[in-house]
Design a protein around this ligand. Structure first.
Ligand code: CS2
Length: 470
């Protein structure tokens, strides 16, 4: 049976937000909160989605008038919902001027972003703009940009020229102090284009940091059939997500203009730092650890890892002995209770979140997820054998062959230099020498322990090395 194509039933809503990097995560998280805030309190907060490169999202959503299905997958059942907050999708590569015009429109008061860690064109170890990044080099001399920082700066430049207030820039990527990172790259780039523009952005612009959380595995082709069977509609771009969600935002918007997010459970705070550290180190840090070690142990998903008692013990050990001792809890939060909740989320068998998906872009993820904890533990003389093993597993992973010699498809913006270092005579030293990832002091402190972890993995395998920890 062929179902009719999903289409828009709600009236169009005027656009108030442009989102750069429209993908599954934002559609399953921020967009749903905004949809609910508008339903509860009103406001012209329709979303115009932008894909920087690929036309896929536009091709999936435009024929559906921006509507898509969000399928919630709980341990005991699934609930589909149609979300109609996205009004249209533009592809920046096809028409950069149209994207800039949309961002410069005074009706737009917020630009949100999910462009992944690498999309900020910054150096993960320092947070500064990479001036030699090819897209940044291009964006310095061309008014039609390629990079996310380029779009932000050029659109803000147009607004300034036209006497329009800046939009609030709200990043929803998993970076520590993500608002400060995006502010830093925007100001670095703007200063090289026009120092007066940089000054205007620094005074008038707002860049709230945010902590975003919801597990959203990539949608697979067979999920389309499942959604069609459940809803009776063919949807070319559904998203799948777990029931849990959390969004903590610094309440710092240009002119105070934002949807009524507090009404729908978003936590609006003054400083998000401790929430970010908690989430990046406890969730993303263990996610990445399970991704590399789990992949090497032959586990396809996080739920498969959790069904293996060795990995179950391991992740509890990481939280209790290595990560929590290095954290300051956000006020009113119990870190052991947070860990318990994460454990249940990871074990949700309905979420097939692939270790390979999480292993992607490790060079951009390791610093904020794992290396910060390692640095704190080294300074406090606390042992961190489990996280050392995770770093060593990443070092094996990025050479592109697993422990049995089978090829691995490594996706990482630094894949080529990582591979060269990973197959050097002393791979641990060669990888620790990569300054994009490891600051020099930390590299020196890690060398002997990571080398031991690396040889343990080679001789005992991933599970054997984990078991040998205790
Ligand atoms: C994951 C995250 O793919 C990854 O790297 O660790 O996408 C994770 O699922 C989200 O941050 C959860 O909020």
């Amino acid at each position: 049976m062929t179902q009719p194509r999903l289409s828009r039933t709600a009236a169009a809503l005027p656009v108030g937000i442009v989102h750069l990097g429209l993908g599954a995560f934002f559609r399953a998280h921020g967009a749903i909160y905004i949809h609910e805030a508008v339903a509860a309190s009103g406001g012209d907060w329709g979303i115009l989605g932008v894909s920087l490169q690929s036309p896929t999202m536009r091709d999936q959503l435009a024929p559906q008038g921006g509507t898509y299905t969000a399928l919630e997958l709980g341990p005991d059942g699934q609930t589909p919902r149609h979300i109609q907050i996205v009004q249209d999708v533009l592809v920046a590569r096809d028409d950069p001027a149209a994207v800039l015009e949309a961002m410069a429109d005074p009706v737009v008061r917020i630009v949100t972003l999910t462009v992944t860690e690498k999309g900020y064109c910054h150096e993960p170890s320092t947070g500064r703009l990479k001036a030699d990044h090819p897209d940044i080099v291009h964006d310095l001399s061309s008014p039609l940009p390629r990079s996310a920082p380029g779009y932000l700066v050029r659109a803000l430049q147009l607004r300034r020229q036209r006497g329009t207030a800046p939009f609030t820039v709200m990043t929803c990527d998993n970076l520590p102090e993500n608002g400060r990172v995006v502010r830093g790259v925007v100001l670095d780039l703007a200063r090289q284009i026009d120092p007066a523009l940089a000054d205007w952005i620094a005074t008038e612009g707002r860049f709230p940091s945010t902590m975003v959380d919801r597990i959203v595995p990539a949608t697979k082709p067979e999920d389309l059939d499942r959604v069609a069977a459940l809803t009776g509609f063919h949807d070319a771009g559904p998203v799948l997500h777990e029931p849990f969600r959390q969004w903590v935002i610094e309440d710092d918007f240009v002119g105070g203009a934002r949807p009524d997010l507090g009404r729908v459970g978003v936590q609006l705070v003054q400083d998000v730092t401790q929430f970010e550290h908690m989430k990046l180190r406890m969730l993303n840090g263990t996610h990445s650890s399970l991704a590399y070690l789990g992949y090497l142990a032959g586990h396809e998903t996080i739920a498969d890892c959790m069904a293996d008692p060795v990995f179950d013990r391991f992740v509890n050990h990481l939280w209790g002995a290595e990560i929590i001792p290095a954290l300051t809890p956000p006020q009113g939060t119990s870190l052991p209770a947070y860990a318990k909740q994460l454990h249940a989320r990871y074990a949700n068998p309905a979420i097939r979140h692939r270790t390979w998906q999480i292993a992607m872009d490790g060079s951009q993820k390791l610093p904020q997820r794992i290396l910060g904890t390692l640095a704190a533990n080294l300074a406090a003389n606390r042992p961190s054998g489990g996280l050392m093993l995770a770093v060593a597993a990443w070092m094996i992973y990025v050479r592109g062959t697993d422990l049995a010699g089978q090829p691995i498809e490594v996706k990482d913006p630094l894949a080529a230099p990582l591979r060269t270092a990973a197959i050097a005579a002393n791979p641990v030293a060669a990888l620790l020498a990569l300054r994009e990832v490891f600051p020099p002091d930390l590299a020196a402190g890690l060398e002997s322990s990571v080398a031991m972890a690396y040889s343990s993995l080679i001789t005992k395998g991933a599970k054997g090395a984990i078991e040998a920890l205790s």
